[in-house]
Ligand binder design. Structure first.
Ligand SMILES: [Fe+2]
Length: 242
């Protein structure tokens, strides 16, 4: 189990109410927050989907602010003293995204990291170009959402292209440890020294509930103590939360 000196961070969640296909209301959002707090998570990135073809960045940020105030008010009402939520977005890669006004404001707040979601198909050259154009222009670091999921659609050459993106961070779903193929991929990323962080990508309290700790527990068992603590420290360092 993690040493107390390292903070557990869920880097990918859909806890904000009525933003996307995640929490339908503040009550469910708070249940998700409580479930993560009970698992020892102390920092929760709220990353609702952003689709550039559906709304402008400023429209999205206005909706997100409203959703944040709602969940914070429900947390206060329930007497939850902790304030673990860090605002962000899961930014869908689209051809025109690089021209979106204020795209840099979609970063995880307080960091230079932007969470991108790739289309669920073989990696295309233009997708990598969009990512690189955005990160070079705004001096950001890209985090690729649930990279384990692409095992089913990518060839090895697609992953090789992703590994070449400067400063790229790989968010792996914590619950991927349930399946041999995905947990082997996670271990391979770690052993190769890729920048890996875990996220639950929770959407609700049912089929896609917050399941963060199982990933941490699995790694705690598989890695020796030093490597495990190094991984936890790396997650904080990568995210500038040391
Ligand atoms: Fe997501």
């Amino acid at each position: 189990m993690p040493s107390e000196k390292y903070m557990l961070i869920d880097t990918h969640t859909h806890i904000l109410p009525d933003m996307d296909d995640g929490a339908p209301n503040a009550e469910v959002g708070v249940k998700m927050v409580k479930a993560l707090l009970n698992q020892g998570v102390r920092s929760i990135f709220a990353t609702p989907h952003y689709y550039h073809h559906l709304e402008t960045v400023s429209e999205f940020l206005n909706r997100r602010e409203k959703a944040y105030l709602e969940i914070m008010s429900e947390m206060r009402r329930q007497g939850i003293a902790e304030r673990p939520i860090v605002l962000g977005a899961e930014v869908s890669i689209e051809r025109d995204l690089q021209y979106a006004q204020g795209v840099e404001k979609l970063c995880i707040e307080g960091t230079d990291i932007i969470l991108f979601e790739l289309p669920y198909s073989r990696l295309k050259g233009w997708e990598v170009s969009v990512i690189e154009n955005i990160i070079f222009k705004h001096r950001l670091r890209p985090m690729i959402a649930h990279v384990d999921r692409y095992l089913d659609v990518f060839e090895e050459s697609d992953f090789m292209q992703l590994y070449q993106i400067p400063d790229v961070i790989f968010q792996v779903d914590a619950s991927c440890v349930d399946k041999f193929r995905y947990r082997s991929f996670l271990m391979k990323l770690i052993k190769k020294g890729r920048r890996v962080v875990l996220g639950s990508d929770c959407h609700n309290m049912g089929t896609r509930k917050p399941d963060y700790i199982k990933g941490i527990q699995y790694l705690g068992k598989k890695l020796d103590k030093e490597s495990f603590n190094k991984l936890l420290y790396n997650m904080q360092e990568i995210l500038n939360i040391t």
